[in-house]
Design a protein around this ligand. Sequence first.
Ligand SMILES: [Zn+2]
Length: 152
Amino acid sequence: MRLPRILNQCHPIPGFVYGQARFTEDSQAILIAVRPRKGSSAICSGCQKPAPGYDQSPTPRRFEFIGFWGYLVFLVYCMRRVNCKQCGVVVEQVPWGIGKHTSTKVHMHFLGHWARKLSWKETAEEFWNIASWGRFAPLASTRFSMAEGTNI
Ligand SMILES: [Zn+2]
């Protein structure tokens, strides 16, 4: 069974399809391409309503997904812009992400779940990649020190 088929079963994304999965050049992460399903319209990030497409970025963005088998996993997607009658030309809203965050919602929920059971530091060491930890370390460190090493 191929990885996109497993993801469609476990984590379907309405209006989008999973494409090929591949390793990064250093074999440290798995990249899973995502593309819009044919005929599906994009959602305006301003008003959260469907809007006609305007263009699509040629540069893919990576969204961290829940890692598995010891690999970091990222969804890779080229964001579209929409030409919304109400909001103008704005980037689309994707169902797996929030604004400019680089983690998927499911990854944030996963980390939040474990952060309730472990300390933030332990959660970061177990599940976050170095880049993610660097961005969230100030917040996590504050919360960790406030709790003086106890689970929060
Ligand atoms: Zn809009």
